[in-house]
Design a protein around this ligand. Structure first.
Ligand code: HEM
Length: 426
């Protein structure tokens, strides 16, 4: 990829959605300029239309890989408790409801993380393996005879959501509703996903309430009839650390569908786009799928950087890279920029499925909040691409991706594709 350094540091404003609507080459160029000339800039916050919250005082930005690692490794100074997923300060009950443990510090975070980790042990993931495989095959079965489809909604989107629903034991007929509500929560700022006339906050609250109601019903049902799924494991008070309360269960579920759904979907979409843009890398992977899968999947997540940033708040005065920060200051970790840092990656704008080492921060930096679902996501991406390589080997993207304008999620909303039709397996 060729980046364009079309903005000076003074012209860059990462809190302005107009910046995020610029072509990718210009945005990448702007981050390269910041890393080089002003690696820890401060931006004032703008009002968000439809979001009745006072704009805050502004935020520091960490654009270099080394500084993102430092903040991730030092949670006692760079706290998540004032909100990790929103730069504007949101009411603490809102943060807790929507983000659960992602918006907490230890020891509360550590307790919840230990409980929910019951669903992500190697044994639990091995149990999910068959469902990942059969669901990925079914996704391809549904499109393979058509010869064309929308890559995002028909191929990339269904698997992550279905796997989360399987993990929690949610019945198949409710997954469409979970999908819609998740889009509302994550599409904030993109008018397509917020009904007209409704303000953004109301839309989000409604979506959260719908998901919570679903989980409360599930909890009731699982208490009556315990099952072999994560919901029952989280409600099992006999285990060390006890059970999640109903409120914690609802928030965890919202966190899961939000954190595990769009991120994995966008990795698959960006990965496919990159494999089409760089056919030599596609041929290289096709020649040795299993041998290359591990490094290819890491490179896809680095390339996609599906989560653009997370936020922290300083608990005390501190200094990063020579920049003084005060207790209470907001600090934003720009994963997209760290993943293109020339100091951490050789030739960072090259998509290289054999890249080694690849210390990307697509799943977050090393620290207590490192993505809980990383291994599951890796598995889903691998299985999906294996299906595509084997059954839709000539799939090509036939139009420009329609990108989500967001400074938080690097999303692709639609991306037409075509392939030689074949018979469904079933
Ligand atoms: C390629 C796909 C994915 C990406 C890029 C991704 C990215 C991230 C990132 C950057 C964080 C760090 C948050 C922070 O430091 O504040 C995170 C945390 C988290 N992720 Fe993922 N994620 C992915 C898939 C998943 C999946 C499949 C699940 C579960 C089904 C999941 C569940 C979580 C949870 C629960 C957390 C919060 C962990 C904590 O606060 O302790 N993620 N993810």
């Amino acid at each position: 990829m060729n980046i364009r350094k079309s903005l000076t540091p003074d012209q860059i404003d990462l809190d302005d959605l107009l910046f995020w609507a610029m072509p990718l080459e210009d945005r990448e160029g702007a981050f390269a300029t910041l890393r080089e000339e002003r690696p820890i800039p401060f931006f004032r916050e703008h009002e968000i239309p439809g979001f009745p919250i006072d704009p805050g005082p502004g935020f520091w930005c960490l654009t270099r890989h080394e500084h993102v690692l430092l903040a991730s490794r030092t949670p006692e100074i760079f706290s998540s408790a004032r909100g990790a997923t929103s730069i504007p300060d949101l009411p603490s009950d809102f943060n807790e409801f929507f983000g659960g443990m992602i918006n907490m510090d230890d020891p509360r975070h550590a307790r919840q993380r230990r409980i929910v980790s019951r669903g992500f042990t190697p044994r639990a993931l091995a149990k999910l393996e068959a469902s990942v495989q059969s669901r990925a095959a079914a996704v391809i079965d549904r499109v393979i005879e058509k010869g064309e489809c929308d890559f995002v909604s028909d191929i990339a989107a269904p698997l992550p959501l279905e796997v989360i629903c399987d993990l929690m034991g949610i019945p198949a007929h409710l997954s469409a509703m979970v999908f819609e509500q998740t889009n509302i929560i994550l599409g904030i700022g993109d008018p397509e996903f917020t009904s007209s006339g409704e303000d953004a906050q109301m839309a989000i609250m409604g979506a959260g309430a719908a998901l919570a109601a679903l989980m409360r019903d599930m909890a009731e049902e699982h208490r009556r009839n315990p099952k072999d799924d994560l919901t029952s494991a989280l409600l099992d008070a006999s285990q060390a650390d006890g059970a999640l309360t109903d409120e914690e269960l609802c928030s965890f579920f919202i966190l899961l569908v939000v954190a595990g759904n769009e991120t994995t979907r966008n990795s698959i979409s960006h990965g496919m786009k990159a494999l089409c843009d760089y056919p030599e890398q596609r041929a290289r992977w096709a020649a040795d799928f299993d041998g290359m899968a591990k490094s290819a999947v890491e490179e896809i997540v680095r390339w996609a950087s599906p989560v653009i940033h997370m936020r922290r708040t300083c608990t005390q005065d501190t200094v990063v890279g020579g920049q003084k920060m005060m207790a209470g200051d907001k600090v934003v970790l720009w994963y997209n920029s760290a993943n293109r840092d020339e100091a951490a990656f050789v030739d960072p704008y090259r998509f290289d499925i054999g890249r080694t080492p690849n210390e990307h921060v697509g799943f977050g930096g090393p620290g207590p909040h490192f993505c809980l679902g990383a291994n599951l996501a890796r598995r889903e991406i691998t299985v999906m691409f294996r299906e595509i390589f084997q059954r839709l080997p000539d799939l090509r993207i036939t139009g420009e991706p329609d990108r989500l304008v967001s400074y938080f999620i690097n999303g692709i909303k639609r991306m037409p594709c075509s392939f030689t039709p074949a018979r469904a397996a079933a």
